[in-house]
Design a protein around this ligand. Structure first.
Ligand SMILES: Cc1ncc(C[n+]2csc(CCOP(=O)(O)OP(=O)(O)O)c2C)c(N)n1
Ligand SMILES: [Mg+2]
Length: 286
């Protein structure tokens, strides 16, 4: 796809993606709101700027692979893929319905463009490391981008993959952590402290880039730096606001796993429409 360079155009795209995430969750009557809204800017930058991919050829051998390890935030993956052209945007409202291609956690063979099935936290980095190792063995030139969460750092198998990726110097592997400080039951630092994440990954021989996950220059520059970095796997530790864009969802862990009601959706869409106006007028930061 031809990358969108204009950050304003990217911000407008992310705004529409946030609206579609909430509309699909409301229609489904179940699912996760906080994580998808928090990752909307990063997914927009990945699908519309930073990744090498072609929705018309989902199996193109040279494509960058994007894996969603924290499968529960798939509404943002689906909305980004639909807007990129992998399937009709109207299909987003089939989320979580019986027979839909858009299940509550991604099902690889159901939808062109999905690289893995996910849901069990902690699996994605191992799958991505395997793909990155295979790419090295084949001598091919693409990147594996694994999106994961802070909560899943509490899964032991993440750290097995971290070891393996460093051992094989998988510089074609980019792991993006949604560092939103929440998990199902509260703040990560109360439940099972993760800090200092940067020091831990560096001690495991990874290159670490820390960014504001809502700042488009930082997101795009980080992916560019990661793609050019040699001889170490790369972590992009992205600080995000869960529920970003909807005032009553922001930083509230109780929105981890519930959809908006009809009234809540109406308020959220009004707020996001106000954001859209600010983006148009140049008064919104991104
Ligand atoms: C192996 C495994 N254990 C438990 C779960 C249930 N689960 C789903 S999401 C979640 C919270 C994980 O935290 P995080 O991904 O940071 O959540 P978010 O930031 O999206 O709220 C849990 C425990 C799971 N999907 N997989
Ligand atoms: Mg989290």
């Amino acid at each position: 796809m031809t990358p969108i360079q204009d950050h304003k155009a990217l911000a407008l795209k992310a705004n529409q993606i946030r609206k579609d995430i909430l509309i699909s969750l409301n229609k489904a009557g179940s699912g996760h709101s906080g994580g998808p809204l928090g990752m909307a800017d990063i997914f927009t930058c990945l699908y519309f700027n930073a990744l090498k991919h072609d929705p018309a050829k989902p199996n193109w051998e040279d494509r960058d692979r994007i894996l969603l390890s924290n499968g529960h935030i798939c509404p943002v993956l689906y909305a980004s893929m639909a807007h990129a052209g992998y399937f009709p945007v109207e299909e987003l409202t089939t989320l979580r319905q019986l027979g839909s291609r858009l299940q509550g956690h991604p099902h690889r063979t159901a939808l062109p463009g999905l690289e893995t099935t996910s849901g069990p936290l902690g699996s994605g980095l191992s799958q991505g490391a395997g793909m990155a190792l295979a790419a090295k063995m084949d001598g091919v030139n693409h990147h594996i981008v694994v999106c994961g969460s802070d909560g899943e750092q509490q899964e032991g198998n993440v750290w097995e993959a971290v070891l393996l990726a460093a051992k094989y110097k998988l510089d074609n592997l980019i792991y993006i952590i949604d560092r939103n400080f929440i998990q199902i039951d509260g703040n990560t630092e109360d439940i099972m402290p993760l800090e200092p994440i940067k020091d831990k990954y560096e001690a495991f021989n990874w290159h670490v880039i820390e960014i504001d996950g809502h700042n488009y220059s930082q997101i795009i520059d980080a992916v560019t730096e990661a793609k050019n970095y040699k001889r170490k796997p790369i972590l992009i530790n992205a600080i995000t606001v869960p529920g970003k864009g909807v005032s009553y969802m922001e930083d509230d862990y109780t929105w981890h796993g519930k959809p908006p009601s009809d009234e809540e959706l109406a308020t959220a869409l009004e707020e996001l429409e106000a954001v859209r106006t600010q983006i148009e007028e140049g008064t919104y930061e991104y």
